[in-house]
Design a protein around this ligand. Structure first.
Ligand code: 13P
Length: 340
């Protein structure tokens, strides 16, 4: 493990005014996204879509790194440059999703455990050769009646820490992602309680596994009401609860926290991030690692049509820029109407 290399990659991932594009949808997830625009998911349509995002002019001004899926890390631009090389040449660090998905946790109805540890050391060595300098592993915690159980939190935290240790051994920065879902009807208070418990379980295991905290990034959910809650907390309440929860649970040695968007609208995700940064000074960089909140508008504007390639890029450039501003607390909702 090269500590200074890990730390400098982690710091670059959360550089001022920049965040991460999560474009690591598995084949199943990207099919769902393409279904939404009636586009068939094939190796070629996936390549075209990812090329549209990555080659957006100026993307590297706001995007520090891109999380790729195995297939994408092995693909190239139409003109023959490997995506990993293209990103690097344009100031974006290539990363790779390495978990193999959340599977039913036996004996615990409604709960999941994320798999992918077997053979991970060898896969990481190959990914490093292919250019990946950071990785992602997502644990999924659902809120419902009687769940999550402490066992589910502990089992997922253990897997996250095992993954993080293997990444650091391979000089790859681990993004540690314990996602508390916002799918239910729960209150923001319940989300805060579960996020507290999830982060406590995660850091307990990270310490036990001797993780170099300066060489990792945390990717948590925001503390937010469930999507189906009868009344939902407002943006300021989300920002305050999230920062309070993170201050309680995340050591200041961790260089950065990069949120998932988790089903928030694009505008909500940007506004929440900006409000949190306005609550500073904070002990860590607070930025984005959004999938849907960076891509939805672009996917829709493109619609799979070759003549809408530029429209898709324009929509992506706008979200990248506004989220870059939000990462320094400089966003305001009125900017949504301005041309980028
Ligand atoms: P969303 O921002 O769409 O939640 O995706 C981020 C991600 O990488 C989830 O693992």
């Amino acid at each position: 493990m090269n500590r200074s290399e890990l730390e400098s990659i982690a710091r670059a991932m959360v550089a001022k005014g920049k965040g991460i594009l999560a474009a690591d949808e598995s084949s199943g997830t990207i099919k769902k996204r393409f279904d939404g625009i009636q586009l068939e998911s094939s190796e070629s349509s996936r390549q075209t879509y990812r090329e549209m995002l990555f080659t957006t002019a100026g993307a590297g001004n706001h995007i520090s790194g891109v999380i790729l899926y195995d297939e994408t890390l092995r693909q190239s631009t139409k003109s023959g440059t490997r995506f990993a090389d293209f990103l690097k040449q344009n100031g974006m660090i290539p990363g790779i999703k390495v978990d193999t998905g959340a599977k039913a946790l036996p004996g615990f109805p409604g709960e999941t455990i994320t798999e992918g540890l077997d053979g991970l050391r060898e896969r990481l060595a190959e990914y490093h050769k292919l250019g990946a300098r950071f990785a992602k592993w997502r644990a999924v915690i659902d809120i419902g009646s009687g769940i999550p159980t402490q066992y589910c939190l502990d089992a997922n935290a253990h897997a996250l820490a095992r993954y993080a240790a293997l990444c650091q051994e391979a000089n790859i920065v681990p993004i540690v992602e314990p996602e508390v879902l916002m799918d239910g009807a729960h209150t923001i208070e319940r989300c805060e309680e579960v996020t507290d418990a999830a982060l406590q379980a995660v850091f307990k295991e990270l310490y036990a596994h001797r993780i170099y905290l300066e060489g990792m990034i945390l990717k948590p959910n925001m503390v937010i009401s469930g999507k189906k809650a009868p009344t939902r907390a407002n943006a300021q309440q989300v920002a305050e609860a999230t920062v309070r929860c993170l201050k309680r649970n995340v050591p200041s040695a961790v260089p950065g926290i990069a949120f998932l968007s988790g089903g928030q609208s694009s505008e909500e995700a940007t506004e929440h991030l900006s409000l949190m940064n306005k609550l500073g000074p904070l002990p860590w960089a607070l930025t984005f690692s959004y999938g849907r909140a960076l891509q939805d508008a672009s996917l829709k504007a493109w619609g799979g049509k070759p003549d809408a390639f530029a429209a898709g890029q324009k929509a992506f450039a706008k979200r990248a820029k506004l989220n870059g501003l939000a990462a320094t607390g400089g966003y305001s909702a009125s900017m949504e109407k301005e041309a980028v």
